[in-house]
Ligand binder design. Structure first.
Ligand SMILES: Cc1cc2nc3c(=O)[nH]c(=O)nc-3n(C[C@H](O)[C@H](O)[C@H](O)COP(=O)(O)OP(=O)(O)OC[C@H]3O[C@@H](n4cnc5c(N)ncnc54)[C@H](O)[C@@H]3O)c2cc1C
Length: 376
């Protein structure tokens, strides 16, 4: 069936917005994207990806580029701070028997892969531009842009992230992002020989881990509890991160600690989350990705559920008689999966902060990863 929306605007060129553009262009729909950042940059260190994300990459058509420029392998190894291994968790091959169960890549590299495919798809990308007004009428949305132009669309997709202006414009009453009580530190280091898959060292209050992101780099992450959501002076990044790693006496961790300096691309981020109740649309404006379900990274699935939103929205548009029907169906299909990721990630964080039940932590990880393997 032909889509009831032919002219579509996507606000935000992050992972979710670019994935939507790629899928909608496969249906030959007219797609404009406005991205507020003139450089279309993606910041941050590595991003960890589970098997469900690699399955979404396969559907999008970017799996070969990911496998070439990122890193992928099976399983997760868990250690105590002094180095004793306590578990080795399997990661099912969700994307197919020939695709590893997980992986990671540098964020800017993934953003570049998606931007290349988005541009090649024929989507019209305008950088350094956003909307100033959305005016809904009976058969469309009139959008005014910061460059002074105005255009009519059948559908507007808000994919402008956690602090979405689109969400503020169409549902000012929606829930606001909430600080979780944890923050995460990340750094990029040369890949140690033999470091092929995700490895984590679990301290009583602090968790650290390593994940290869390319043939010769790996990223280090450290999750730390902090009651208040404070900013940290970047001049203090290296000494503070080094201090956090001090109790991890495992030789590999101490080797990493010695490499923490101002060149290690250290990033510090407080962890916030958001879950907006359905419906995720008002009239002909729909929200996807972090605009409606931003998760803490405990299940490494935030990018996954945002990209899956794009796949499902495109499918529902292809089969619906009206935009309203497509958007209602989209929300109904996505709610449970996204709720599960946001709430279960939040619970994992709470257990870590309170030093709670490790068995419950492991159980939530297992059941959520199994549920994510289900078809979307
Ligand atoms: C510390 C941290 C670690 C994480 N680690 C992982 C991980 O390991 N694995 C994982 O899967 N997920 C992880 N996530 C989650 C993941 O990063 C997000 O879920 C994902 O980036 C969401 O993509 P998005 O496109 O919906 O939003 P965003 O990535 O926020 O993209 C929004 C885009 O919209 C643009 N924009 C903003 N406002 C406007 C506007 N008004 N007009 C036009 N454009 C606008 C922005 O410039 C940006 O390009 C992590 C998140 C955090 C905070």
């Amino acid at each position: 069936m032909a889509s009831p929306a032919k002219n579509i605007l996507i606000i935000g060129g992050g992972f979710s917005g670019m994935a939507a553009a790629i899928q909608l262009r496969k249906q030959q729909l007219n797609v404009d994207i406005v991205e507020i950042d003139p450089g279309w940059r993606s910041y941050g260190a590595g991003i960890s990806l589970g098997g469900a994300t690699l399955r979404a990459f396969k559907t999008l058509g970017i799996l070969p580029q990911f496998l070439e420029r990122g890193a992928a392998d099976d399983g997760v190894d868990i250690f105590l701070p002094h180095g004793q291994q306590v578990a080795s968790l399997p990661t099912p091959r969700i994307a197919g028997p020939d695709v590893p169960g997980g992986g990671a890549i540098m964020r800017p590299v993934l953003a570049k892969i998606l931007a290349e495919v988005t541009t090649a798809s024929g989507a019209n990308v305008r950088l350094g531009c956003t909307f100033t007004a959305l005016r809904q009428h009976d058969d469309g949305v009139e959008v005014t842009f910061t460059d002074g132009t105005t255009k009519d669309y059948d559908l507007v997709i808000g994919a402008d992230g956690l602090y979405s202006n689109t969400r503020a414009a169409i549902m000012p009453e929606a829930a606001k992002p909430k600080y979780s009580g944890q923050c995460v530190w990340r750094a990029v280091l040369p890949r140690t020989p033999g470091m092929d898959r995700v490895s984590m060292w679990l301290g009583p209050k602090i968790k650290t881990g390593l994940n290869p992101v390319s043939k010769d780099e790996m990223y280090l992450f450290v999750t730390e509890d902090r009651v208040d959501n404070v900013t940290v002076d970047p001049k203090l990044f290296a000494p503070m991160l080094s201090e956090l790693l001090a109790p991890f006496s495992a030789p590999l961790m101490q080797q990493c600690r010695e490499q923490i300096n101002d060149h290690a691309q250290i990033v510090y981020r407080p962890l916030e989350s958001l879950l907006v109740q359905l419906p995720w649309h008002r009239g002909r404006v729909v929200l996807i990705g972090d605009t409606v379900h931003a998760t803490t990274p405990h299940l490494a699935s935030g990018a996954c559920i945002g990209i899956e939103d794009a796949l499902v929205l495109a499918e529902e548009l292809e089969r619906a008689d009206s935009v309203e029907q497509a958007l209602t169906q989209f929300g109904a299909r996505r709610w449970e999966r996204c709720r599960m990721v946001v709430e279960n990630s939040g619970r994992l964080g709470e257990i870590e902060i309170t030093g709670g039940d490790k068995a419950e932590h492991a159980q939530i990880m297992r059941t959520t990863l199994a549920a994510l393997a289900e078809p979307i």
